[in-house]
Design a binder for this molecule. Structure first.
Ligand SMILES: *[C@@H]1O[C@H](CO)[C@@H](O)[C@H](O)[C@H]1NC(C)=O
Ligand SMILES: *[C@@H]1O[C@H](CO)[C@@H](O)[C@H](O)[C@H]1NC(C)=O
Ligand SMILES: *[C@@H]1O[C@H](CO)[C@@H](O)[C@H](O)[C@H]1NC(C)=O
Ligand SMILES: *[C@@H]1O[C@H](CO)[C@@H](O)[C@H](O)[C@H]1NC(C)=O
Ligand SMILES: *[C@@H]1O[C@H](CO)[C@@H](O)[C@H](O)[C@H]1NC(C)=O
Ligand SMILES: *[C@@H]1O[C@H](CO)[C@@H](O)[C@H](O)[C@H]1NC(C)=O
Ligand SMILES: *[C@@H]1O[C@H](CO)[C@@H](O)[C@H](O)[C@H]1NC(C)=O
Ligand SMILES: *[C@@H]1O[C@H](CO)[C@@H](O)[C@H](O)[C@H]1NC(C)=O
Ligand SMILES: *[C@@H]1O[C@H](CO)[C@@H](O)[C@H](O)[C@H]1NC(C)=O
Length: 878
């Protein structure tokens, strides 16, 4: 398994606050965080502010609150806040103060992970590129980060400045928050602040992957000192609150060590005086170009969460609750995709993703009903059989809440608890807030579903057919050196050191002279081998893409786990001077793993060979140009939209490499987000009205095997377990926020590297949504209706439907009471069927939500003695 982003060291400083203006105290004891003197059970979720637009923040945070969250967590992204040393940026999507205030206005707490290292599939893990070029900085030699070290050549001590830079940035962010009174002690929402050190991420890799065993020791020693340095630095920021550190067993006494992972029920903090906290619970996994789409079944996610609270946990954070989009060049790498959907409860576009969101909301409510029991005492453990157990939390001797678990991965079971029999699905937990009635089972999803979470099926606008759109203009990029920014070097240069990440592109150009006499009409045939550290490269000979002898382009590329590749191609050379141009491309700077900061990219070896000899061009003179001609011209800019650089004509060149396209278009009507379908394109980047919407790579298909349509949620999850879209591009739909669009005449610019057909590009939006639910008469009543003082036997299950986006239910497409089967979008009547369309129609149409009790009194009884269920499919729209 590839090294995961299990973050290692996390230091949380906790401040307190409650309502705006009133200061709040936050402390902790062995059970829980204590807010204003009260122990709390807290559900938290990660939402990274730059991964959507400020216009969308309130909507997403509202949905998070309705989903039962108490806390919103975000990293702070150093490289975008300080792009140039000492020059800060906090505008637009990077307006951190506005984000924190938006959470505050919703009445939720903030957990701010200041970094400075973020990881997060973010470019370079959030480190500014300029750090890499401070003389003497070595990310990897950690001892020197906090010590004076002797520079052997100068024979004198050098103070390495990495930790100074980190300290400066931490202080900058803490001051910014303090100035706006955003810490809890000041009446703000921030209850937790956290410092994450990349060094500990590396140590984690070493622990997880034995191949780095010998390096682990080296980091282990320096890491220990680093923990102390980081803790002192944080404490010196004078937040007057406790600290938390993740997965750091030797966390100093005042610091709480926390857990990251897919499951954390077995985790215990390193001291009896610290609470059990889980800082990264992966709701799915990130997407990389060339890979299938990962997902995590909600039954397993709910099981993991329930097990954590069952076994004494009190704080849990979903990574991610909303993933969003890696706009521009913010994606980490190599080859992290532009969508950061993460299979999160709120999808990339800000829509609720069902049944994930709804099932977790029900889980949070069920746990909330147990809060007073959970914080009161440690649980009593009872074994109920093989892989069957109960944890019981007592408030007094006859007042308790219980969790019943079947953690076996294959056999369902009946258990006896408290004199009653309970059915437990394999890999499930039942929650009993009164030790009697089950109000929630993790494997039983009764919440509403939607068909296809990114079903942008309505209001599609194909640019070509859109009356308002202009014909395409294009600009053919020059191959090789285009301007006076070039320079020469007698060897092959490493790409990141050369471009300093100012562009994804670096041209490597040389010439090869063929002296032998080649007969007319014949060309000399050679084998060209280009070795690259990554991430992709396109080869041109005599300014033509290398494709003549073989059908595919002279294009080589790696993947997320190994970006290096060797491109081997037969080429034709003419007599005399031949030019060779190699365009080396980056797709996101590495953000994680050992030595990620110096992993390197670009061409390292070029060899030409024929039957007789081979010639090594790695040490001949190469001419370089950082970036593309079109980037220097600024073709993505709105100001050049009408420039004569663009060729306008009736026959747009298609399937052409290194070409820029532009058009203007009117978006589909409505207020919803827009999706741009780039399935007809190859690889490149796209801009709308000058806003960079990200990199695309539609031609890179994932392997055709390894996917499972119906992934079994039972058994331990990992990021390879549940995959979809095998044999397809990782992503063909790209998010264009509505706030970046005007009603008409929007500029779309694409830079296509390999070749595609822009005339097939389309935009779509969602103007409605199909929603479904299927509830059995044996299902528990809705969690909301739970009242401890009520007799639960009088409660009946009910089917609930809700629209979002202010839509209402406009149609009921299917409603059967009896034994219906099938799934949302494809329900089928069973042998026992009662048409309840009119009842559901009457109860639901015209409303934003409705609830139909599953009772025979209300619905009738089509087949007495048979266990019945109600299945409904409805449609929401304006
Ligand atoms: C830390 O904060 C406290 C209370 O706000 C203040 O009294 C103290 O002077 C501060 N210490 C430093 C070193 O800033
Ligand atoms: C559990 O009990 C029910 C009712 O007695 C029975 O139908 C079912 O087969 C039992 N399931 C298992 C797994 O023992
Ligand atoms: C490069 O060319 C541009 C225009 O073509 C010119 O303005 C600039 O001065 C040149 N720079 C150098 C270093 O020659
Ligand atoms: C070959 O062409 C390149 C680019 O046009 C030029 O820089 C180089 O001097 C030429 N080499 C020879 C041997 O003519
Ligand atoms: C980049 O350059 C620095 C010196 O400036 C060197 O230490 C480092 O090894 C280089 N990185 C790569 C990947 O070549
Ligand atoms: C080509 O030359 C480079 C640099 O001199 C060297 O590192 C590499 O090993 C050589 N490759 C082969 C196949 O000889
Ligand atoms: C380009 O021309 C169109 C009309 O043809 C105009 O509406 C638009 O404002 C112009 N754009 C710029 C950037 O000048
Ligand atoms: C189920 O559990 C068994 C025994 O613990 C284990 O060997 C097996 O790999 C598990 N299966 C899955 C799918 O997790
Ligand atoms: C994207 O557009 C293509 C046509 O170019 C179409 O076949 C495909 O179904 C569309 N994909 C989605 C997800 O809408």
């Amino acid at each position: 398994m590839e090294s995961k982003k299990l973050l290692l060291v996390i230091i949380l400083s906790m401040l307190l606050v409650f309502e705006k203006g009133a200061s709040t105290t936050v402390t902790y004891d062995h059970k829980a965080l204590v807010i204003d003197g009260k122990r709390r059970i807290l559900q938290s979720g990660s939402i990274h502010y730059p991964r959507t637009t400020p216009e969308i923040w309130p909507e997403i945070i509202r949905k998070a609150k309705e989903g039962g969250l108490d806390v919103i967590e975000s990293y702070v992204f150093w490289n975008y806040h300080e792009p140039v040393k000492g020059e800060y940026y906090f505008e637009g999507r990077f307006d951190l103060v506005r984000f924190v205030k938006t959470v505050q206005e919703a009445g939720l707490y903030v957990h701010l992970r200041i970094g400075p290292y973020a990881c997060a599939e973010w470019n370079y893990g959030g480190f500014p590129m300029w750090l890499h070029f401070i003389p003497g900085i070595k990310f990897r030699t950690t001892n020197e980060l906090f010590k004076e070290s002797v520079d052997q050549s100068l024979k004198k001590p050098v103070l390495f400045s990495m930790q100074n830079e980190m300290k400066l940035f931490l202080a900058k962010i803490v001051d910014l928050m303090k100035d706006e009174n955003l810490f809890a002690t000041q009446g703000g929402p921030i209850i937790l602040a956290q410092v994450v050190s990349f060094i500990f991420v590396m140590m984690d890799v070493f622990v997880v992957e034995n191949e780095y065993g010998n390096v682990e020791w080296a980091y282990g020693v320096s890491g220990e000192l680093y923990v102390k340095w980081a803790a002192e630095t944080a404490v010196n920021l004078n937040t007057t609150v406790p600290w938390v550190m993740c997965a750091q067993e030797d966390a100093p006494d005042s610091v709480i060590n926390t857990c990251n992972g897919f499951y954390c029920d077995r985790f215990t903090p390193n001291s009896l005086s610290k609470p059990k906290m889980w800082t990264e619970n992966y709701v799915g996994w990130f997407l990389a170009f060339g890979y299938p789409v990962p997902f995590r079944p909600v039954e397993d996610l709910a099981f993991a969460v329930a097990r954590f609270f069952e076994t004494g946990g009190t704080f849990q954070n979903y990574y991610m609750y909303f993933g969003g989009t890696n706009f521009g060049r913010t994606a980490g790498g190599p080859l992290v995709a532009t969508s950061y959907d993460y299979d999160a409860p709120i999808d990339e576009y800000g829509f609720i993703s069902q049944p994930k969101w709804g099932h977790l909301r029900d889980l949070h409510k069920a746990i909330k009903h147990c809060e007073e029991y959970l914080v009161n005492a440690d649980p009593i453990h009872l074994s109920l059989g093989l892989k069957l157990e109960a944890h019981v939390y007592y408030k007094s001797s006859n007042d308790c809440a219980a969790f019943l678990a079947n953690y076996g991965n294959s056999s369902d079971a009946n258990v006896t608890f408290n004199g009653k029999s309970y059915f437990l699905h394999a890999w499930s937990v039942s929650i009993l807030p009164d030790c009697k009635n089950v109000i929630f089972n993790t494997a039983k999803v009764v919440s509403q579903k939607t068909t296809g979470s990114t079903a942008f099926t309505h209001n599609t606008v194909t640019i070509e057919n859109s009356l308002e759109s202009d014909p395409w203009g294009w600009y053919q990029e020059k191959v090789g050196i285009a301007n006076n920014h070039s320079f020469a070097s007698p060897r092959l240069l490493e790409q990141i050191n050369t471009t300093k990440d100012t562009s994804d592109f670096l041209w490597y150009t040389t010439s090869i002279n063929v002296e032998e006499n080649i007969k007319k009409r014949k060309a000399k045939e050679l084998q060209l081998m280009v070795g690259s550290l990554g991430h992709a490269a396109l080869v041109f000979v005599n300014k033509k893409p290398v494709a003549d002898l073989e059908p595919s382009l002279g294009f080589g590329y790696g993947n997320h786990d190994d970006a290096s590749f060797v491109l081997s191609k037969k080429i034709h050379l003419k007599q005399g001077n031949n030019t060779v141009d190699i365009l080396s491309m980056m797709v996101g700077l590495q953000n994680y793993g050992p030595w990620f900061d110096i992993s390197g990219a670009g061409v390292f070896s070029v060899i030409f060979s024929d039957l007789k000899n081979s010639k090594n061009f790695s040490s001949t003179e190469w001419i370089y140009q950082v970036g593309l001609e079109g980037e220097y011209l600024g073709l993505d800019k709105v100001s050049l939209a009408n420039s004569s650089l663009w060729i306008q004509g009736s026959s747009v060149p298609v399937h052409q490499s290194l070409i820029w396209y532009k058009t203007s278009f009117s978006p589909p009507e409505g207020r919803g987000p827009i999706s741009l379908n780039l399935s007809s394109m190859g690889k490149g980047q796209a801009w709308v009205n000058g806003q960079h919407i990200g990199r695309y790579w539609s031609s890179y298909r994932s392997p055709s095997t390894g996917c499972s349509d119906n992934c079994d949620y039972r058994g331990a999850y990992d990021s390879w377990k549940c995959l979809k879209k095998c044999g397809q591009p990782a992503q063909v739909l790209y998010h264009v926020p509505r706030s970046w669009l005007k009603p008409e005449k929007n500029l779309l610019v694409l830079h296509e590297e390999l070749g595609g057909d822009p005339s097939k590009i389309s935009f779509s939006t969602r103007s409605g949504q199909t929603i479904c639910a299927h509830v059995s008469e044996l299902d528990p009543p809705p969690v909301d209706t739970w009242k401890t003082d009520k007799d639960q036997t009088s409660q009946e299950p009910s089917l609930q439907l809700n629209c979002e986006q202010g839509w209402t239910i406009t149609a009921v497409n299917f409603a059967s009471f009896g034994t219906p089967t099938g799934d949302c979008g494809a329900f089928i009547e069973g042998s026992c069927h009662w048409d309840v369309l009119s009842i559901v129609h009457q109860g639901c149409v015209g409303k934003s939500g409705c609830s139909i009790p599953i009772t025979m009194a209300k619905l009738g009884d089509p087949c007495p003695g048979v266990q019945k269920s109600l299945a409904v499919e409805a449609f929401c729209s304006v």
